[in-house]
Design a binder for this molecule. Structure first.
Ligand SMILES: Cc1ncc(COP(=O)(O)O)c(C=O)c1O
Length: 362
C-alpha cells in the first residue's frame, strides 16, 4: 500500500557516522549541535529567532505564553487541523473559539476571524493545513487592526512561501513540528520562530524550567513557570543532517502537488482546492474534495493507494468544543475532503497510477 505519510531518514552512511559522533561525544544534552541546528534553521527560513524544542506542541505552548494567553481568555482558531493545535490552547487554560474556514482553500476565513473577536480574545491561531498557506496578508491586517498577536501553526508547511517569503517569517510566532512524518523529522522536535529578541530571551527560560543556562544554578533565580521543552544534541544532529537535504524533500512534494493540480483538474466528481495567489504551498499532503468519499477511498485502497480524511475536525472532540459553534463552510468541506499521497515516496509511476484510477471513476 502506498502510504499517505512516511518517515524520511537520510541514507545510513550519511546519518549514522554523525549520530555515532554525538552519541559517544560525552555530551548528548542541549549543547553545540542544538545551537548549530537553530542557526542553520534561521538561515533556511531567512529570519530570526529559532528556538528549538522537543515538539511542535511545546513550541505552540510557549508561543501562547509569550502571546500573553492565560486562563479563561479566548483564542480564535480553526477546527480543521491536527489536535495539538487546539490541545495547546487548552494547555494554556484558555478557551477555543473557532472561526469558520474558507471552503475554497480549507484555511481559516479572515472574515470569520473578525466576527469571532470579543473582549476576551487574546490571540489568533492559524494553521497551514496540509501545507497550504493561509491568507497571510488579510490576517496580518486583522492582527494590526485589533492588536491581537498571531500564532502561525506551520507544522505542515515547511518550505511554503507567501509573498516570496518563507512561511515562518510573517508573524510574531511560527511553529514547526519535526515529529515522525513531517517534511523534516528529528524523530521528535520542533521550532518556535520568534520575531522579537526580547521574547526570544524569555522563551529560552520558559523552555528549560525558568533557568538561565548562561548562569550557574546558584546564580539563577527562577521568576516564572518553565518547562522541560528543550531539544537535545542527538535530535539536533538528526535535524542538521536532514536540513542539508531538505530542499530535495520539499521539492519532491511540490513537484507531485503541482502535477496533481494539473492532472486532476476537471475530472467529474473532483473539486480541487484553490491557493491564495501570493502563496506557494509545500503540499505535505495533497488535499481535494470528492463526491462519494467512501467510494473514492475504497477504490484507491483496492488498488494499493492509501487515501484518507486523516484528521477529525477538532470541534468533534468534546474537550475541544468550548462553545458548540455552527461552522457551515467547514461542514460542507469536511464531508468531501480527502488526502492522497503526494510526498517524496510518490514516484512518477505511482502518481500516474493515482491519476488514472481517479479518471476511471469510483
Ligand atoms: C497542525 C499540527 N500542529 C501541531 C502539531 C504538533 O507537533 P508535535 O507532534 O511535534 O508536537 C502537529 C503534529 O503532529 C500538527 O499536525
Amino acid at each position: 500500500m502506498v502510504p499517505l505519510v512516511k518517515t524520511n531518514l537520510p541514507p545510513r552512511e550519511i546519518l549514522l557516522p554523525e549520530l555515532e559522533k554525538v552519541l559517544y561525544s560525552g555530551y548528548v544534552a542541549q549543547g553545540e549541535q542544538v545551537d548549530l541546528f537553530e542557526k542553520r534553521f534561521e538561515e533556511y527560513i531567512g529570519s530570526n529567532y529559532s528556538l528549538s524544542v522537543n515538539s511542535g506542541t511545546a513550541a505552540l505552548h510557549i508561543a501562547l505564553i509569550l502571546a500573553g494567553v492565560k486562563k479563561d481568555d479566548e483564542v480564535i482558531s480553526t477546527a480543521l487541523t491536527a489536535e495539538p493545535t487546539n490541545v495547546s490552547i487548552k494547555m494554556s487554560g484558555a478557551k477555543i473559539r473557532y472561526a469558520d474556514i474558507d471552503a475554497n482553500t480549507g484555511s481559516i476565513c479572515p472574515n470569520s476571524i473578525v466576527q469571532n473577536i470579543n473582549e476576551r480574545t487574546k490571540a489568533i491561531m492559524i494553521v497551514d493545513y496540509a501545507g497550504i498557506p493561509v491568507n497571510v496578508s488579510s490576517i496580518q491586517t486583522i492582527s494590526k487592526e485589533y492588536n491581537l498577536p498571531v500564532i502561525h501553526d506551520a507544522a505542515h508547511s515547511l518550505g511554503s512561501t507567501f509573498n516570496g517569503k518563507k512561511v515562518g517569517s510573517h508573524f510574531p510566532y511560527s511553529v514547526f513540528s519535526f515529529q515522525a512524518i513531517k517534511h523534516l523529522t528529528t524523530i521528535d522536535g520542533g521550532i518556535l520562530q520568534i520575531e522579537s529578541q526580547v521574547e526570544y530571551e524569555r522563551a529560552k527560560l520558559i523552555r528549560w524550567f525558568g533557568i538561565d543556562k548562561k548562569k550557574t544554578r546558584l546564580e539563577n533565580n527562577i521568576c516564572e513557570q518553565g518547562f522541560k521543552y528543550h531539544m537535545n544534541n542527538v535530535n539536533a544532529v538528526i535535524g542538521l543532517v536532514q536540513l542539508a537535504q531538505i530542499d530535495m524533500i520539499v521539492n519532491a512534494h511540490i513537484e507531485n502537488g503541482k502535477y496533481f493540480d494539473v492532472e486532476l483538474n476537471g475530472i467529474t466528481g473532483v473539486e480541487l482546492l484553490k491557493y491564495y495567489v501570493e502563496s506557494k504551498p509545500s503540499y505535505w499532503l495533497y488535499t481535494l474534495k470528492v463526491d462519494n468519499r467512501d467510494g473514492f477511498i475504497s477504490k484507491l485502497a483496492e488498488n494499493g493507494i492509501m487515501a484518507s480524511e486523516l484528521h477529525k475536525r477538532n470541534d468533534y472532540h468534546d474537550y475541544l468544543n468550548d462553545f458548540a459553534q455552527v461552522l457551515p463552510e467547514l461542514d460542507k468541506f469536511y464531508k468531501r475532503m480527502v488526502h492522497i499521497p503526494c510526498g517524496w515516496w510518490v514516484s512518477h509511476e505511482i502518481r500516474e497510477k493515482i491519476v488514472s484510477l481517479i479518471k476511471e471513476g469510483w
